[in-house]
Design a protein around this ligand. Structure first.
Ligand code: BEZ
Length: 215
C-alpha cells in the first residue's frame, strides 16, 4: 500500500519495546514520527537510534512522539539497545516496533523489493494530530538520515498549519516566510498588518509570525 501526503496514517496494533501499542490511540493528540530501519545490530541504524534518543527533548518540545520499526525480534531489539547505550552514550528512550510479520512494513510500503526483499528501507512518516500524513521520506539502507532536517520540517509544518504562510528553501525557524498564493492582497493586509516585501506579486515576504523582522 502506498501512503501519501494527506492520507490518514494506517492504524495498527504492534509489539514494541515498550509493550503493545495501538498506534492511533498511542499518538493521542500529539504529532508523530514513524521511522523504519533495516536491521538490528547494523552500524548506520545504531547511530540513527542513538541520535533520535538524544534529540527526544526536541521532539517532545514540539509535541511529537517518535516510534521506530524494524522486522527484527523484540529480543534482538532489547539486546541491541545495550549496544546503543554503550556506543552512543544514550538509552533508547522511545518505542521500537518488532515487525517480524511485516504487518506494519506492508501497510506503509516500507519494503522495496528491488532494493531488498526482506528488510525495510529507511522510511519516515510525519503524522499530524488529525492522523493525516504530512511528510514522507525514503532513504536507502546505506544512507543515515538527517534528523535535524526532520525537526526543521516539523517546525515548518506546525507553523503553516496555523498561519497562511509557506516556508522558502533552506528555511529555519525564525527566518522570514512567504504569504501563500491563495491569500489575495486585500486579505493579506488584514492578516499581515505590518505589510510585506513584494519581491514579485506572487512572492511576498513577511517575518516569521511572532519573530523580529529580518526584512
Ligand atoms: C546499517 O544500518 O548500517 C545498514 C543496514 C542495512 C544495510 C546497510 C547498512
Amino acid at each position: 500500500m502506498t501512503v501519501r501526503i494527506g492520507d490518514i496514517a494506517p492504524d495498527f496494533t504492534a509489539h514494541t519495546t515498550e509493550g503493545e501499542i495501538k498506534f492511533h490511540e498511542w499518538l493521542g493528540s500529539s504529532w508523530g514520527v514513524l521511522f523504519s530501519h533495516p536491521k538490528d545490530f547494523t552500524p548506520v541504524c545504531t547511530t540513527e537510534l542513538g541520535l533520535v534518543a538524544k534529540l527526544k527533548p526536541e521532539f517532545t518540545k514540539r509535541n511529537v512522539k517518535v516510534i521506530g520499526l524494524s522486522v527484527d525480534s523484540l529480543d534482538n531489539h532489547d539486546k541491541w539497545a545495550a549496544d546503543i547505550a554503550e556506543t552512543q552514550g544514550t538509552a533508547v528512550n522511545f518505542p521500537v516496533i518488532s515487525d517480524a510479520d511485516r504487518k506494519v512494513s506492508d501497510l506503509y510500503d516500507m519494503i522495496h523489493p528491488n532494493a531488498n526483499d526482506t528488510l525495510t528501507v529507511r522510511s519516515v512518516f510525519v503524522i499530524g494530530p488529525d492522523k493525516k500524513v504530512k511528510l514522507t521520506l525514503t532513504y536507502p539502507a546505506s544512507t543515515g538520515r538527517n534528523f535535524d532536517e526532520i525537526l526543521r520540517v516539523i517546525d515548518s509544518l506546525q507553523l503553516t498549519a496555523v498561519h497562511k504562510v509557506a516556508t522558502p528553501g533552506n528555511w529555519n525557524s525564525g527566518d522570514d516566510v512567504i504569504i501563500v498564493p491563495s491569500v489575495g492582497d486585500d486579505e493579506a493586509k488584514t492578516l499581515f498588518p505590518g505589510g510585506w516585501k513584494p519581491v514579485k506579486p506572487y512572492l511576498r515576504i513577511v517575518p516569521h509570525p511572532g519573530a523580529k523582522s529580518k526584512i
